[in-house]
Write a protein that binds this ligand. Sequence first.
Ligand code: KG4
Ligand code: ZN
Length: 326
Amino acid sequence: MTILGIETSCDETAAAIVSNDNKRIQILSNIISSSQDLHIKYGGILPETAAREQQKMIIPVIQEALLQSKCNPEDIDAIAVTAGPGLIGSLLVGVETAKTLSLLWRKPLIPVNHLLAHFYANWVLDTPTFPVIGLLVSGGHTDIILMKDHDNYDYLGGTRDDAAGECFDKCARLLGLPSGGPNLARLAQKGNPQAFNLPRPMWNSKDYDFSFSGLKTAVANIITHIDELQKPDLAASIEQAIIDVLIKKTTTAALDNNIEHVMLAGGVASNQRLRESVTRSFIGRVFTPEPLLCTDNAVTTATYALFHNHPVDPLILQANPNLSLA
Ligand code: KG4
Ligand code: ZN
């Protein structure tokens, strides 16, 4: 099968063509256009600006995906599109374009939950072993699931306030960095992760839930008392506090449910220290996606559809900003 994936849940406009002919998954093209630069000076994403850029970019991005893959519309077997969750204006651009192309080209339309699609970054180059504990750490979500099969998972827990990526982003801003997680991680490389004693929220709670807003408040209180030279130490301590909590909850979920294998997903899964720490913490296999496939892209959207070929009527599909894993 050859699938055109379309993803517009946040500030990216992405299209990709993925095929599983010859038994392995092949990325024929992977195009991503981001409006991130337009939002930087505001310290967060402006939904209307994101959606307006996506309206401009969606057709050129799909055209480029077809061109690079050397595919014509006739070569596409189905169209997969992020149906939610995400920003409603952004989702609408992708969903309405996919519906139109599905009718025009007479191709089946497969709706995709963006959160599950993040996990499918693991299936592009590898094949996770079921049952597996999945930890999703993105800009908007932090969730733990127990996946027994492609169509069967249990939701175990998630964040009660900020997501792990959001905590990275907000702390980066407090440190005066131009943008989020990757910059904080870079600064942290030069610091001592034990330098500051930061809280590990919900460490002793018996559930698999997280809370990161207290950590951000602790950093806001410290930042006023330190000088420039201590910033790498603070960045390293923030990174370590987030990683410690993520590992503690994931380990507990794995032990309680007798599961050996773990997979990471979402933008924060590209964090090198997190990847190394999780890999050291488990005896079973730890699956970590290719860093470029951790953040938002349409390859994972199309790959999800390869394993969930459940088309819907294009006339009735609606974007759902509140889709969740729970
Ligand atoms: O999955 P994603 O692209 O977007 C959502 O669907 O939310 O994740 C983006 C998040 C941002 O919060 C970004 O700061 C974080 O992933 N991120 C990182 C790293 N790379 C991206 N956080 C920590 N370390 C990184 N290397
Ligand atoms: Zn995402």
